[in-house]
Design a binder for this molecule. Structure first.
Ligand code: NAP
Length: 281
């Protein structure tokens, strides 16, 4: 019997690549997004044209839309085996430049959005005594980089939340798995970014210009989202209790390895050498 996955944030990037990959592997895919009506304008590129894929509206901040999408996907495909929390974006800039609304929005999407989706799927997964909850966190949920403090706050929160959650869900055969991508070339570094600036706050400008340029370059040089789609697929098919799956290039793996083995001060020296390259205090 075909398996079914429901994925959030499939209008672009990792979510979109994952819809294609899971469908190619013969899975049913409930591709959810905030504005599915826009897919109609994408012609042959529309996800709706793929076999075994159906589109549903889902905004992770709108509980009713999550409930409806889950109900509709279950009705369309006869069940859901795996849910992928992918929707998210990054606020970038100095913390001091962020408004309370920007901080709230970042946590509403990346943290409370994930919790909203998990809360809505749990009664169903618990009743059927099975299911997998995959969440696209980030290597930024395990290490940090300059000018992404709020984003890291959200991803570290999700890492802690899901790790703890895995204990109580194990008796119900519900697997919790986090996928931690390194830099991946998507709209994350472009249209999805929330750049934090404040008129008159110029003291950070030189630091932000350098670190932002280096981060953007990392995004431009990064592998495409198909790499993460494959990791998600492997995790979805992994019956073990493994919690974390790193995804990305060799630099991603090297960084996470060094974070484990080096004292934090040395590790931060490495991060600075890369991200602050060209900056003079
Ligand atoms: N790219 C990277 O380097 C990288 C690295 C590590 C982790 N990640 C994580 O990977 C995930 C996917 O990002 P991406 O790189 O694929 O970037 P992306 O191309 O910008 O995709 C982000 C997706 O999230 C959706 N989204 C945003 N807010 C939403 C909401 N309230 N409800 C539903 N969907 C919403 C966007 O939909 P709209 O079209 O409606 O805006 C878009 O489809 C994010 O969680 C991100 O933090 C990315």
């Amino acid at each position: 019997m075909k398996k079914t996955v429901l994925i959030t944030g499939t209008s672009s990037g990792i979510g979109r690549a994952s819809v294609r990959y899971f469908a190619q592997q013969g899975w049913n895919v409930a591709a959810t997004m905030r504005s599915p009506e826009k897919e109609a304008n994408r012609g042959a590129d529309s996800l709706g044209t793929l076999p075994n894929v159906q589109l549903f509206r889902l905004d992770v901040q709108d509980t009713a839309s999550i409930r409806q999408a889950i109900a509709d996907a279950r009705a369309a495909f006869g069940g859901i085996d795996v849910i992928i929390n992918n929707a998210g974006y990054g606020a970038v800039g100095p913390f001091e430049a962020a408004t309370p609304a920007q901080i709230q929005q970042q946590f509403d999407t990346n943290v409370f959005g994930v919790m909203n989706v998990i809360r809505e799927i749990l009664p169903y997964f618990r009743e059927r005594r099975g299911g997998s909850i995959l969440t696209v966190t980030s290597m930024g949920g395990l290490i940090t980089f300059p000018i992404y403090s709020i984003y890291h706050g959200t991803k570290w929160a999700v890492e802690g939340f899901t790790e703890a959650l895995s204990f109580e869900l194990k008796p119900f055969n519900i697997r919790v798995k986090n996928i931690e991508p390194g830099a991946i070339k998507t709209d994350f570094y472009d249209r999805s970014q929330d750049v934090l600036t404040q008129p008159g706050l110029t003291d950070y400008d030189r630091y932000v210009a350098v670190t932002m340029a280096n981060s953007q370059q990392a995004g431009a040089d990064a592998p495409g989202p198909e790499v993460v789609a494959k990791t998600l697929f492997d995790a979805a098919n992994d019956p073990s209790d493994r919690l974390r799956y790193v995804s990305g290039n060799s630099q991603t793996r090297a960084l996470l390895f060094m974070r484990r083995v080096l004292p934090l001060r040395w590790f931060h020296g490495l991060v600075k050498r890369v991200v602050e390259k060209g900056y003079q205090a």
